[in-house]
Ligand binder design. Sequence first.
Ligand code: PLP
Length: 449
Amino acid sequence: VEPDPQAGAAVKAADRAHVFHSWSAQGLIDPLAVAGAEGSYFWDYDGNRYLDFTSGLVYTNIGYQHPKVVAAIQEQAGKLATFAPAFAVDVRSEAARLIAERTPGDLNKIFFTNGGAEAVENAVRMARLHTGRTKLLSAYRSYHGATSTAINLTGDPRRWASDTASAGVVHFWAPFLYRSPFYATTEAEECARALQHLEDTIAFEGPQTIAAIILESVPGTAGIMIPPPGYLAGVREICDRYGIVLILDEVMAGFGRTGRWFAAEHFDVVPDLLTFAKGVNSGYVPLGGVAISEEIAATFDKRPYPGGLTYSGHPLACAAAVATIHVMEDEKVVEHAAHIGETVLGPGLRELAERHPSVGEVRGLGVFWALDLVRNKETREPLVPYNAAGEANAPMAAFAAEAKKNGLWPFVNMNRTHAVPACNISEAEAKEGLAALDAALTVADRHTV
Ligand code: PLP
């Protein structure tokens, strides 16, 4: 593709004049003008190409512009571009069947939304109506979306500005051995203490007041902390004991990211409600949803479910989901994600950690990896303070700039970089990404003490 800086400048100028961006001080941002994307790469108007180690916002699980999914959307647009949610539509029925067949256990009914936050809002509504209780428990170090309840459930600083209407949201600490809230030194100890802390929280909040516990099966944005063996099973048992609904949020971890269709499979745990979005159709058309257990679905057999969305199960989004799931099956994308994690990304990232003083810990699985960057490996002091901005965040900014200079678009959150490429990234591309990370970490190393 020929560079065209003038076209890029026009795109940027219109953006700055009229597009109001998420999470940003509007006067301080300088978004890159994107000219195109394919597979694991995207490029700008100035002739720069980037290997995308972010999968957008961790959602293009089959990469950009997969021809079969693009064709399916085009075909659906020609056939029936839209239809209201109260009707039975072939492609909606098929998407629901394919999703329900892949979700664990008896999660056999699918309520479609336009994205992850709406999935969380509706899962919570179902849990409250099913139990007749209102309180919700969620973890610090979590992200559940940016709408009113979803942002209250979120356990990171983005919640603070919107924490006014939390209506009984209580946060607790989930296990994370590297930065243990429980002073634990082994996974087993961390697991036992985290479960006891959850039990204590429930006792003091009143078990009979709690509608649901929501957890990401593997927390994503907050740092890709794989729960220790037994933790999710322990939470499941606690929920059963107190009649609390277990919601597993698989918006980020689902659809292949961890090398399984759903991350819950790694832990043999079946939630009552499972939220999904992102990878369900690689975000080619907005789609999310809630997979619902038979028991909770039965609550609404005779009683109307008081929730809905104009675009619930939009035919274009569902056509993209059907095509994406077929591509993932036909091209063994989920198995590939597991394989590339075990053979290339995991070993490669661990090797970087050995050589770079700034890498405190490597954790992850599949195509879902975090590097916890530190000022000092012994003290584990984060490379930048929690929620750092401006000058305090300079080491992470320098790291990201160096990665981009080396043709890698990195995912950066606080003191971490995540390696979260497409599930179908090739071995050569993954190695190219590791080499660019290697160069960028040399810059981070300069800030260690
Ligand atoms: N839940 C999880 C685990 C997420 O990672 C996200 C988004 O990153 C959401 C919910 C919110 O999804 P959306 O941005 O589609 O509303």
